[in-house]
Design a protein around this ligand. Structure first.
Ligand code: 5GP
Length: 113
């Protein structure tokens, strides 16, 4: 299996601005920011998408979301932020490696486009 773009970022095979990393997750700035702060947080385990996560990923997924909140705090998104997980074509997913978008630094509208 070839590596996903995000596996290559985690392995430092392609450059990115990493803002947080531990043994289970990595957070880096999105290359095409949709908000003043736009960070992706990904599990190092290459789960394809949330719809394909397995029951044994339960702890890892909890860790991912808790660390997303910790990264938002680290980045001083005190006015609020949005976490987004796109799943499949209709969800707008373009990279088949589970990731959570952390968007902040501006007021978010609802419904999303
Ligand atoms: P999706 O559309 O799958 O939810 O989000 C994928 C995100 O990955 C997009 O926001 C896109 O800008 C970002 N992205 C794609 N390729 C790269 C890359 O090589 N580096 C970084 N930092 N972000 C990327």
């Amino acid at each position: 299996m070839s590596k996903t773009i995000f596996e290559k970022i985690i392995a430092r095979e392609i450059p990115s601005q990493i803002v947080f990393e531990d043994d289970k997750v990595c957070a880096f700035r999105d290359i095409n920011a949709q908000a003043p702060t736009h960070v992706l947080i990904v599990p190092k385990k290459p789960i394809t998408r949330i719809g394909e996560a397995a029951p044994e990923d339960h702890q890892l997924l909890g860790h991912l979301i808790l660390k997303a909140a910790a990264v938002a705090k680290q980045l001083n998104l005190d006015g609020g932020y949005r976490l987004v997980i796109n799943n499949g074509p209709d969800g707008g997913e373009t990279v088949p490696h589970l990731h959570c978008h952390i968007l902040g630094g501006r007021h978010m509208t609802w419904p999303p486009g």
